[in-house]
Design a protein around this ligand. Structure first.
Ligand code: ATP
Length: 889
């Protein structure tokens, strides 16, 4: 049997759309618009046309990735070493141990590199899936939200303001629908849509007013469309190749580390060359031997893991953030969010619970009443609630409720007193509506009364109701309004106007000279976790400000309850803000903690004013009009539950729980990621330098080269690469959120990193030279192999375990020791390999090590702890100095 939807699609697919529009059976169309496709039709369409996804730029093949890894500077130097040693093996019968060991290290290095890249890619792909936009589709007669990728040809899509158009399609119904098509046409003005095809053949996409195109944004109104093309067949699909060619930009931190690593590579190569020349000059071994040492030192000192560390830290971090309800849409913003100085947050739903309850009401000329669900409403109160009920769209049934929190509170109160919106409407059917808008902050409905008169009802923000009131009444009203608002109640007023005959003009034109009926006060309790989060933000040097569409007095009262507003702060409203020029705003911005009745344009001004003060600003938003402010902010944050797709598309971060506390958790993660990168720099760079000083120092002392290529390389892979990688999984420290934000432009060597790096390098240089001298000259009679083995153990194990003092800025504790189990396991494995290399004869031979006596082992193992102890002492001294300086505010 052919379903009505299929008939409809068939007519729809007719080549000439004008004629298809004419011949489509109107009845079928109406039915299919309500029914949509059936599940089997969806499956069939998907089987035929595939999924609604744009092909991404082709991923690099494994071979290409391998080639990239092999052509990295470290691999090239290592490969050179393999060739060199192989040549030695063949030409001088130098044995195959060296080429095999170095060859294995090349393979290990490449494998680690590939794994790191793979895990970073995987987590970023998972993140992309999480922030996939959704759309409303009608299928099997039900309206449901699905991911845009699930849309199929022939689907009926309900478009609403704030939505992203999921595919290309023909519009079948429009209600004031305007769409921003800048993505395709570059035209910034939104296009007004219609169901009538253009008279003339359209020249461009912009002229096709009866169609909507994938990826464009609904700015106003609503509409129904039938999908005609999906995925790469859409207009955006046709230019997707162009979009794909834009390269992903490196984050600031990535760029900085890439630069650092370049400098380090240069130093490494110079030192390799230097040690080679020194070896020749001092006539230490053959030319090839010296070349080998020079090459190994260069390899050991090149910090190849450094640039990858940021990518890994960022990808591990964003995964953690996603688990904590914050989805990062742009990697760059992770770094920025750690530096946020100011968070401008919406009130309703983010700082408060968005669970409204009417607790008080006042019918004009009566006494204000407290609402008691047990007690019946007075007659005046019932009359007032009737007006509110008639001018409300929310619905509560046994199994579901629909509507905004303010209106649901109205319906709930009616239900509690056995009143019903539907019953009211039977007596006064609604014949027109002007929907609520955040700009107007009111909503109006028009009703036909029994006596054939007509009633206009307007409810909303009291200051936005055009009332006909005497000055004395106005004063009385303001006093009672403020009394409600000062108790943190959201105040909604209602007013009406009657007409003898059906008004012929638009509802908007009727909205004046209204008769005031009364007000209700709604409580929306703060989120308890928001109060804690604001405190935490304050300790972390972050100022939270409230931006709300609500009344100033209500906003101020809630802001005081939750710790945003304090004595001496300013609270201002949109109209007051309009009186301030930019200069005045910048001057007063630091003192103002509440902005009420703001418009989306005000939000941009607020962001800009803070940025003028060199502050990093995070701003929340949910509506279509919030998009520019979200883009203007350093970190734009969209609400996952109540937010529109447009807001989400403009944001850097999406809160899947709409909760303010999540923003603070995200800041904490951002700071932790940054700290972990710094720790990795400290860990990797300092030992690299120490190795250079050790080799050069030893040759200058006339001791020859204390470590051979294989040993240097093994230390490099085991002690640097693997533990450094797991630093990215280090959990945040308590003090991360007890200090001021890190300025985004701050050098990576500030904040004590530079000095700690220097100290650690110095410790290792002195320690390794000393242990070598001890083993070679004091414990034995010039046995360089013993000196080398002791030095190898101390350097390899010492530079692994002192990751513990580096990974926490606090004094070492049991908690921090066991905090990162992946790191602990990696270290155990690496330690075992180092110890086995020094113990087992075949490995000893491969790595040029010898069997040590018990006392030599003991001394080496004790020396292993010296750097850790010294670093801990340094920490203690520093924390004492820090304690005497004034802590950040
Ligand atoms: P924010 O989330 O930014 O804190 P908000 O969501 O409270 O602000 P709006 O929803 O724009 O801001 O509401 C602003 C004002 O509009 C409210 O103070 C209230 O007076 C009025 N209002 C809210 N909802 C309705 C509604 N459904 N009908 C009529 N008026 C409403």
């Amino acid at each position: 049997m052919i379903s009505s939807a299929t008939v409809f699609q068939k007519s729809f697919y007719l080549k000439n759309e004008r004629s298809s529009y004419m011949v489509t059976d109107k009845l079928n169309q109406a039915r299919s618009l309500e029914q949509g496709l059936s599940s089997s039709e969806v499956a069939a369409s998907r089987a035929k046309c595939g999924s609604n996804i744009l092909q991404e730029a082709k991923k690099d093949s494994l071979w290409k990735k391998l080639l990239v890894q092999l052509t990295e500077i470290t691999s090239l130097i290592l490969l050179f070493a393999v060739v060199l040693s192989a040549y030695m093996a063949i030409a001088f019968d130098g044995g195959w141990t060296k080429p095999i060991v170095i060859g294995s290290i090349v393979i290990l290095n490449v494998l680690i590199g590939l794994y790191q890249e793979y895990s970073a890619e995987k987590s970023l792909a998972a993140l992309k899936d999480m922030s996939e936009p959704t759309t409303r589709v009608i299928r099997d007669g039900n309206s449901q939200r699905i991911a845009i990728s699930e849309v199929v040809n022939g689907d009926i899509i309900a478009l609403n303001a704030g939505d992203q158009v999921p595919a290309d399609g023909l519009l079948k119904k429009v209600n004031g629908l305007t769409i921003d098509e800048a993505l395709l046409t570059g035209e910034s003005e939104p296009v007004e849509k219609s169901i009538i095809p253009p008279q003339e053949a359209p020249d461009s996409i912009g002229d096709q007013v009866n169609k909507a195109f994938s990826g464009t944004l609904v700015t106003q109104g609503s509409g129904i469309m039938v999908v005609s093309a999906i995925g790469m067949k859409t207009e955006i699909g046709k230019i997707a190749d162009l979009l794909n060619t834009t390269k992903r930009q490196k984050t600031i931190l990535q760029q900085r580390l890439a630069r650092l690593s370049l400098v380090m590579t240069f130093i490494a190569l110079i030192s390799g060359l230097f040690i080679f020349l020194l070896g020749i000059w001092h006539e230490l071994g053959s030319l090839i031997d010296n070349l080998m040492i020079g090459v190994s030192l260069a390899v050991a000192a090149v910090p190849e893991t450094l640039p990858v560390i940021v990518t890994i830290s960022l990808s591990v971090g964003v995964q953690k953030m996603a688990r904590r309800h914050a989805i990062v849409r742009r990697l760059n913003s992770v770094e920025t969010i750690g530096s946020v100085d100011v968070i401008a947050s919406d009130k309703t739903g983010t700082l408060t619970q968005n669970k409204m309850t009417i607790t008080r009401l006042w019918a004009f000329n009566e006494k204000p009443e407290m609402i008691d669900a047990q007690q019946p409403l007075s007659q005046a109160a019932t009359d007032l609630m009737r007006l509110f009920g008639l001018d409300t769209n929310a619905v509560i049934t046994e199994d579901h409720s629909e509507g905004d929190a303010t209106e649901l509170a109205i319906v709930r109160l009616l239900q509690q007193h056995d009143l019903s919106r539907v019953a009211f409407e039977k007596d006064a059917p609604r014949i027109g509506e002007r929907p609520f808008s955040s700009e107007k902050k009111t909503m109006a409905t028009l009703h036909r009364l029994n006596n054939n008169r007509f009633l206009l009802i307007v409810k909303g923000a009291l200051d936005k109701l055009p009332l006909a009131l005497s000055d004395t009444d106005k004063q009385k009203l303001t006093a009672i309004h403020d009394e409600f608002a000062n108790d943190a109640l959201r105040v909604l007023g209602v007013a009406y106007r009657e007409f003898d005959s059906k008004p012929q003009t638009s509802i908007e034109e009727l909205e004046h000279d209204l008769t005031f009926a009364g007000i209700i006060g709604l409580i929306d309790p703060p989120r308890p976790e928001a109060i804690q989060a604001i405190k935490k933000a304050k300790r972390a040097g972050i100022k939270t400000i409230m931006i709300t569409g609500d009344h100033k007095k209500t906003a101020q009262a809630i802001a005081s309850q939750i710790g945003i507003y304090k004595e001496g702060d300013l609270a201002i409203s949109g109209p007051e803000l309009a009186q301030w020029n930019d200069e005045a705003l910048i001057k007063n911005i630091t003192k103002t903690s509440v902005f009420a009745r703001v418009s989306p344009e005000d939000k941009i001004r607020i962001v800009k004013a803070w940025q003028q003060k060199d502050k990093v600003v995070a701003m929340t938003g949910d509506g279509v009009n919030d998009a520019p402010a979200l883009k203007a902010a350093d970190v734009g944050i969209a609400m996952g539950i109540t937010g529109t797709e447009v807001a989400k598309g403009a944001a850097d971060l999406i809160l899947t729980d709409d909760n303010f506390a999540t923003i603070i958790a995200a800041v904490s993660s951002g700071r932790t990621i940054y700290q972990n990168v710094l720790k990795a720099v400290e860990f990797l760079v300092s030992v690299n330098f120490a190795q250079i000083f050790l080799m050069v120092g030893s040759v200058l002392f006339g001791w020859g080269t204390p470590l051979i290529a294989e040993q240097l390389l093994l230390i490099n892979v085991l002690a640097d690469g693997i533990p450094g990688f797991y630093l990215s999984r280090e959990p945040g420290e308590a003090r991360t959120m007890q200090r001021s934000p890190i300025p985004s432009k701050q050098s990576i060597f500030s904040d004590g990193v530079g000095s700690r790096l220097f100290i650690r390098s110095a410790i290792y240089t002195v320690l390794t030279l000393a242990i070598y001298a001890l083993g070679r000259f004091i414990l034995t009679d010039n046995n360089s192999a013993v000196g080398t083995t002791m030095l190898f153990l101390t350097l390899a194990l010492g530079s692994m375990i002192d990751i513990y003092p580096i990974k926490t800025r606090e004094s070492l504790s049991w908690t921090s020791l066991k905090a990162n189990s992946a790191l602990n396991i990696a270290l155990l494995v690496a330690t075992a390999i180092v110890v086995l290399a020094a113990l087992l004869p075949p490995l000893q031979n491969s790595f040029g090590l010898v069997t040590l006596t018990g006392s030599q082992w003991l001394i080496s193992l004790l020396a292993v702890f010296i750097p850790t102890i010294l670093l801990e002492i340094n920490k203690k001294i520093h924390s004492r100095i820090e304690a005497t300086v004034v802590p950040p505010k």
